[in-house]
Design a protein around this ligand. Structure first.
Ligand code: FEO
Length: 611
């Protein structure tokens, strides 16, 4: 039975998912399966974007026949010749002798290698900038060499602003009936597998991915159609931003990955102590036993975290084999831009540390700390000083908690700083801090002390509050510069480390969440006791667990912000609307009623016509 999904009125998803596959590319475990995507365009001429893996061949051909409904298939665009997308190409060419092949010259050579060379009259070689008009649609081809093979082309539908991206923006995992990323909670449920897919499949080719992202930046992209995983029809910027980070080898998260191997437990014990000491300092830690966890997961985590501790034994006068395998895989994927620390073990001649340093030596911008822990068989109290020195060195890169010296947890006068003002709302999950600007904090009841805050669901801070039930609000004063509003209000924590990278001081309150200490007169800690869904926002009700006066100055009001802090727009003759929150200008005669400011996320109600 066919199973297809409409992508647009005339483009249909005709791929499918495989949940029986154990190892993708005979290497990578895919416990949640994998999808092989194929897209059929039913225009005056019909066009197919790639075929599929043999494992779902029968479904694919049934889908194709159903959607064509007896019409000829005019074109097959072979964007990528790797067999997970082309294994069924030969059968397609036999069953559809009318179909012309559009592909790069390199892809044509590969067709000949995998199958046999097609008749010349059936082939049209495409290159960067070539176009194909099929009636309503005009497709423009974009070369994307080494994303993931050298023959790869992407295709831009200039009519509907859709980018068909071959392997790029894919993810491991079956689709479970969904086809759009907004049908699932992608960032919660699929981001880890998208990262693992990217880092292991395409991660080596960051330079080439950056080149394609630069081309993509010049396109109006309304939809992304990859060959694995979900179609992006909303918030395409969010996955593009992830690719930008990953392909620049920039850490997504401030935290420490500890990858260890341990034959008899001595190295693990040292790694566990390192983790505990880091946690004591409020630093997020993720640990993996490289003997037990497939390397592909650890490679992805190494892309994600800013700091990595490798802890391993010396084995056959070398590095323990599973750790050596991990390090080899990391260097093969251009492991870069990280801070690394080493714990080595060896019962008679520990050399693993020296060998790890040599393996990482060719990697770009890897800082290997001098503070190394060497143990012989098992860690002893005498070794602790070396471990502490390593931990201190790592912790120096993180926000430091400031010990609090207060008699009572709640200072009522701090609550009186709440006005119709602006606040930095902060939360913390899995050791990661984040914050955003809100203007919706209110004192609800005095006894018991309760406050409410309304938070846009798009904010990462919102998700952290939902998960942990803990937050702080820092009450901004009228001295807070516009840059503070930009740093916390105009970018998403999903795309940027806002706290760790912010040029501003923080401290940590008793609930473990950070608060600002500059241009702030008070902070208030809340423990969520209730939440109510109001569509775009969630209204949280919270008990006040801590409240402190921490600075001078008057609380900023929304009125002061509007009149004196937010920059005035430059005089313009353009027709359009200005966001009264951040100053973003929308050009056009009419503002769509569902428009959202791309800078600060406020809706059409917060826009006013340009003077
Ligand atoms: Fe999904 Fe490079 O193949």
């Amino acid at each position: 039975m066919y199973c297809t999904r409409k992508i647009t009125d005339d483009i249909t998803y005709i791929g499918g998912s495989d949940r029986k596959l154990s190892l993708f590319e005979a290497v990578y475990p895919v416990p949640a399966g994998v999808s092989y995507n194929s897209y059929l365009v039913m225009d005056e001429k019909t066009v197919l974007f790639d075929t599929v893996d043999n494992s779902i061949g029968e479904l694919f051909f049934e889908n194709l026949a159903h959607e064509l409904g007896g019409k000829p298939l005019d074109y097959i665009v072979v964007q990528h010749m790797e067999p997970d997308h082309s294994a069924t190409l030969r059968r397609l060419l036999v069953s559809h002798p009318e179909t012309k092949i559009l592909c790069s010259a390199k892809a044509l050579a590969m067709i000949g290698q995998f199958f046999e060379a097609p008749a010349a009259e059936r082939v049209q070689i495409i290159k960067e900038g070539d176009t194909l008009t099929t009636g309503r649609h005009t497709f423009s081809f974009v070369a994307a060499p080494m994303v993931h093979w050298p023959e790869v082309m992407m295709t831009y539908d200039t009519t509907d602003k859709i980018l068909f991206t071959a392997d790029a923006f894919g993810t491991f995992g079956a689709l479970d009936g969904a086809v759009f990323a907004d049908e699932v909670d992608f960032m919660r449920d699929y981001l880890d597998e998208a990262r693992r897919y990217y880092c292991n499949i395409v991660g080596k080719y960051g330079t080439q991915v950056q080149a394609v992202l630069k081309k993509a930046a010049g396109l109006d992209i309304q939809m992304i159609c990859p060959l694995h995983g979900f179609v992006w029809r909303r918030e395409t910027d969010s996955i593009i931003a992830k690719y930008d980070l990953w392909s620049k080898y920039e850490a997504e998260e401030k935290g420490v990955l500890i990858a260890y191997t341990s034959v008899y437990g001595g190295t693990q014990a040292a790694a566990e102590l390192a983790a505990a000491k880091l946690r004591d300092k409020g630093i997020n830690v993720k640990m993996y036993d490289a003997s037990m966890t497939h390397t592909s997961y650890i490679v992805a985590e190494a892309f994600r975290f800013s700091h990595i501790i490798f802890a391993t034994t010396t084995y056959n006068n070398g590095i323990f084999i599973k750790m050596e395998e991990l390090l080899h895989d990391l260097t093969a994927h251009n492991f870069s831009n990280k801070t690394v620390a080493i714990i080595e073990n060896g019962t008679w001649a520990p050399v693993a540390g020296k060998l790890i340093r040599a393996m990482l030596e060719p990697c770009k911008n890897i800082t290997i700390l001098d503070e190394q822990l060497t143990i012989k068989s098992a860690m002893k109290p005498a070794d602790e000083a070396a471990l502490d020195a390593m931990i201190e060195k790592i912790a120096a890169d993180f926000v430091k908690p400031v010990p609090q010296q207060h008699d009572t947890a709640v200072d009522n006068s701090a609550l009186f700083k709440i006005s119709y003002g602006l606040y930095v709302l902060t939360a913390n999950e899995n050791g990661r801090d984040n914050g955003c600007i809100i203007n919706t904090a209110q004192l609800l009841t005095d006894n018991p002390r309760r406050i409410t805050v309304a938070v846009n669901k798009k904010n990462l801070t919102h998700d952290m509050m939902m998960s942990t039930g803990k937050f702080n609000i820092s009450v901004l004063t009228d001295k807070a510069p516009f840059q503070t509003y930009k740093d916390f209000g105009f970018v998403s924590g999903r795309d940027k480390e806002k706290i760790a990278d912010a040029p501003i001081e923080f401290a940590r309150s008793e609930n473990g969440v950070v608060y600002l200490t500059e241009n702030v007169n008070a902070f208030i800690s809340g423990k969520v006791i209730d939440s109510k869904d109001y569509g775009s926002h969630t209204l949280f009700t919270a008990e006040v667990t801590e409240a402190r006066i921490i600075g001078e100055g008057d609380s900023v009001t929304y009125d002061i912000y509007q009149k004196h802090i937010k920059p005035k727009p430059a005089p313009t003759k353009k027709k359009g609307f200005i966001c009264t929150v951040c100053g973003f200008i929308y050009e056009g005669e009419e503002l769509p009623p569902d428009y959202e400011c791309p800078l600060c996320g406020h809706g059409a109600a917060d826009f006013e016509p340009l003077a």
